[in-house]
Structures are given as C-alpha cells and as structure tokens.
Design a protein around this ligand. Structure first.
Ligand code: HEC
Length: 506
C-alpha cells in the first residue's frame, strides 16, 4: 500500500514526521475501505463467519450482523476488516459456550477487528499472533479464560474503546510487542487489568481500570525470546479499587501477584507514570520491584536485566491507597492461603518493610535495587522502599508523545521462513511456556526432559492435548496452526538452549 497514492500532496518524509495516532486510524480505515475492487461480505445469524473469512481477499470487509455465533475464527490474511454491525443496540456475539478455546485468532498484517461481543471461551478472547499494523476496537470481551485481548509478537498495535471482564489472567495482555497504544478501555473483574510483558514502546492512556487484583502491570520475565520492558507511558488512567481476590489458576505466574495493586512494575525500564488517578488500591498504589519477586528467582535469564531502572513517577493523584476494607482483607487472606498451599514462599516484603502476613499498604511501594528511578513529589505520598529514588525533573513530562505507533513498513515486514519455529514459539507457546519458570504451562526445560528428541510427540500433544498435570489448566489445542508450524515449533523448543543456566553454573 502506498501512502503517497492516498495523499499525493504530502511527501512521505512529512507523513513519517507527523505520523500520529489519528493518522494511523484514518489511513488504515481509509485503506481498508477504499479499494475499488474490494468487496463487502455480509454474514447473518445462522451463517458461518469463518466461511466468509476463508473467502476474504485483500481489501475485503466482512460485516457480521447481530446474532449469536458459536465459532472460533481464524484469520491469516492481510488488508481486511472484520466488522460487527450493531442494530438497535444489538451486537453480534461470539459465544464459545465454555467449550471452544479461542474467540478470534488473527495473524497477517493490516487489519481491523471491531464491534463484537466475545464471551465464554476457555483460552483467549481476541488474540493476534505476530501481526502488524492492527486495530482492535469496540469489543466486549467477557469470561474468555486466560487472556481477553491478546496481541503477541505484534508491531504497531492499537487497542481502543474495548470493555473486558472476568479474565483469569490479563484482560488486555501486550506480550512481546513493539509500538502499542492502549486507549480508553474499561477493564475490570479480572486478575490483571492490563499487562505489558517483555514489550517496548507502549502507551497506556485514558483507561478505566478497577476491581482487578492488580490494575496495570509491566513485567520483564525471564526465559522469553524478547528480554525487556522499555519505554512505557502509563498516563491519564483511572485506576481504583483493584483489590479483587486473585482467582488465577493456582501455581500460574500471576497467581503470585498480591491483590491490592494499582500499577505494578517488575524489572521494567523507562516506565513513566503520569497524570493518573490512583485510588483505594489496598496494598500499593504503585509497586515497583525487581525479578526477586518471582517465585523461582534462582534460575535467572542472563539476558534479562532484573532491576527496574529509569522509571519515573510524575504528577498523579493518589487517594487512600493502602487503606483496607473488610473485603480487601478477605482477598488478602485468600491469597496468602493459596500461596502457602502452592508451596511457594510468601514474597518478601519491600526494603525495610515489616515482614508479616499482612504488610502495610502505601501509595508507593518499592523493593529491590534499580538505578535512576525518581519520584516527583515524594512528600505528598505515603511510601516505603523509595530511599534510593531521586527527584524527577518537573520539566520532563510526556506531553509531546502522542502515540507509540510507528512506521507501518515495520509492521508489514515479512517473516523469514527459517525463523518459523521461533516465531510460532514467540507468538503462541510463549504465552504460556517460559524456558525456566512455570507461567501457565510447565517450563520448556521440563518438556525437553520429557520428550528429548521426540518432535512428533510434541506435535501430537500440541494438536490434541490431554490432561497430564494436577493443578494446571488443560492446554488448549494448537491444531489450527497446521502441521508445518507445529513441526517447526516443536523442533525449535526441543532444541532451545537453556540460556538461564549460564547464569547460575558459574
Ligand atoms: C494457553 C496456554 C498454553 C499455550 C498457548 C500452549 N500451552 Fe503447552 N501447555 C499448557 C499447559 C497448561 C500445559 C500442562 C497441561 C497438563 O499438564 O495437563 C501444557 C503442556 C505442554 C506440553 C507437555 C505435555 C506433556 O506430555 O507433559 C507440551 C509438549 C506443550 N505444552 C507444548 C506446547 C506447544 C508446542 C505450544 C505452542 C504451539 C503450547 N504448548 C502452547 C498451556 C499452554
């Protein structure tokens, strides 16, 4: 697609300079809808959406009318729009009835998904894998298992005006992406509201985030193909009452996240927190820590720098964080009991904090080391563990940065075929499997020990998983990936080197 054709009077360099969020939306919507030979395919209740998707050609639009569709949609195409039509307030609904794994999985590039109510799936609501230049907006995602809206390995991703609730891990989960905007979404009733994991250049703005166990978190985890969280702005969000009971699968990584956190940063760098209203989060309005907070911190990844560095807490409104009501105490008690029964140690309390089952709560809780972190108004907040924090420069606001979405060319870059296994691992399996630690599924190390060189064994398990372990969810089938991708990824994981052990065998 050429932008010069669309805007003949504007030189390309100017467009790049001025490229911002609005342009991105306008250009993409224009591109999606402007092709002369593009078609619009209508789907009405009783018909199959997947069938329409399978017939998609470049530039086409699928319009889905209100009704209930019990489907899993898989799209691996470029330049298309999948759009619900809302009539008299009635939305098209994708309902997995608690038996299907995923609502929508999209790969490819340059597409827009909007106006769907997605509910009752077991794994993910709307997931994209290795996709670039994508917009997901106006979605209601409800009770869809582990993740709600979940782009992974994406470049140039915009998520806006969605509502997600009832998710057992992260309602919006940015996994290993670059250049992401998450704007004006409402997320509640989930374990994590919005999670940024091993991703760079992310703007989280104008979201309403409440009644989760933790509101917004940015984690750099070991054992994944991308190694850091860097350059994140968390701005102008309403983050309140995130004291929900942590209902993650016991033993899953996020089951270790204590309830009562507004914003949490673990090993993240250059995270700027500005102009948020942060209210009544009973453990920490903002918590910043290092990778020692992980349950299995003894097998670090030498390529993940474990400390939080260069993070800034600028002007925010803090009200009544660390204050506990009866319900908050119950959430905490439930958490402690679960942690004890899962055999994990209770996370250590922050620097100098009282060790105890009920640690005090504060506006800002910091733990571990880390360089060049700052607070703009330390005297105005209740805090602990921040003695190593400097004063932020009041002139350094993020005002000038309007978007993190970058050059669309990056998002269209084609993948190298030899890298297929790595790509599929990054885009799909790594959502639940890390090299060294248990996230949702068992670590790759354990899979390697069990399967040795049996690539076919992994392929057949991944296409038809059975229940093996107590205390794990059943792994959702990956059959839709097809044999080529499954073989490539199985080969990749069985030969993946345990980089983590380099760090401990000295
Ligand atoms: C939504 C989360 C999720 C995703 C995505 C996922 N897995 Fe799993 N996987 C699990 C869970 C949970 C288990 C443990 C299941 C059990 O023990 O009952 C598991 C177990 C496994 C096992 C061990 C089976 C055994 O015999 O012990 C293999 C092999 C495996 N996964 C491969 C893969 C591959 C390959 C991919 C990517 C194509 C993948 N998984 C994607 C969650 C996931």
């Amino acid at each position: 697609m050429s932008f010069i054709k669309l805007f003949p009077s504007i030189p390309l360099s100017r467009i790049r300079e001025n490229f911002n969020h609005l342009w991105f939306v306008i250009i993409l919507v224009f591109v999606f809808t402007s092709k002369i030979d593009s078609r619009t395919i209508e789907v009405h209740e009783g018909e199959s959406i997947q069938k329409a998707i399978d017939s998609l050609e470049k530039g086409d639009t699928v319009k889905v009318f209100p009704g209930v569709y019990h489907e899993f949609l898989f799209v691996d195409k470029t330049h298309f729009t999948l759009s619900g039509v809302i009539v008299d307030g009635k939305w098209p609904t994708l309902d997995g009835e608690g038996r299907l794994n995923d609502g929508v999985i999209g790969s490819g590039a340059n597409f827009l998904i909007e106006n769907f109510h997605v509910k009752n799936y077991k794994a993910n609501g709307v997931m994209t894998q290795g996709a670039g230049n994508i917009i997901m907006r106006k979605l209601i995602v409800e009770n869809t298992g582990i993740y709600g809206i979940y782009p992974t390995m994406g470049i140039n991703v915009l998520i806006e005006d969605t509502v997600s609730l009832g998710i057992a891990d992260a309602a919006i989960y940015i996994g290993m992406c670059h250049n992401v905007d998450v704007r004006r979404n409402e997320v509640y009733g989930s374990v994590i509201g919005i999670e940024i994991e091993n991703s760079t250049n992310v703007l989280i703005e104008g979201n309403t985030v409440y009644d989760n166990s933790a509101g917004i978190v940015a984690f750099a985890l070991p054992g994944l193909p991308l190694k850091k969280v860097e350059n994140v702005i968390i701005r102008k969000n309403f983050i309140f009452d995130n004291n929900h009971r942590n209902f993650a699968e016991p033993g899953a990584l996020v089951a270790g996240v204590p309830p009562g956190i507004g914003i949490g940063v673990m090993a993240g760098d250059e995270v700027t927190i500005e102009d948020n209203i942060i209210r009544r989060n009973s453990f920490a309005g903002i918590g910043i820590g290092d990778n020692n907070l992980l349950p299995n911190s003894k097998s670090p990844d030498p390529d993940v720098e474990p400390n939080p560095d260069r993070n800034k807490i600028l002007e925010n409104v803090f009200i009544d964080n660390g204050v506990r009501k009866w319900n908050d105490l119950m959430s905490w008690l439930f958490y402690v009991i679960r942690i004890i029964f899962s055999g994990n140690p209770i996370p250590e309390s922050p620097n100098g904090g009282k060790v105890g089952i009920f640690p005090d709560g504060y506006d800002v809780v910091a733990s571990g080391k880390g360089k060049d972190n700052c607070l703009i108004a330390p005297d105005s907040v209740t805090k602990i563990g921040t003695s190593g924090y400097g004063l932020c420069n009041p002139k350094e606001t993020t005002e000038k940065i309007k978007t993190m979405i970058g050059d669309p060319k990056q998002g269209e870059a084609k993948s190298d075929a030899r890298e297929l296994g790595k790509q599929v691992f990054g885009a799909v399996c790594s959502g639940c499997h890390s090299m060294t630690i248990r996230t949702v599924g068992p670590p790759i190390k354990e899979i390697q020990e069990k399967y040795k060189k049996d690539i076919y064994g992994v392929v057949s398990f991944a296409s038809m998983p059975k229940k093996v372990r107590e205390g794990f969810i059943e792994m959702p089938s990956q059959k839709y990936l097809g044999n080529e991708k499954l073989t490539a990824v199985s080969n990749y994981i069985l030969n993946l080197k345990d980089e983590g052990s380099k760090g401990v065998t000295k």
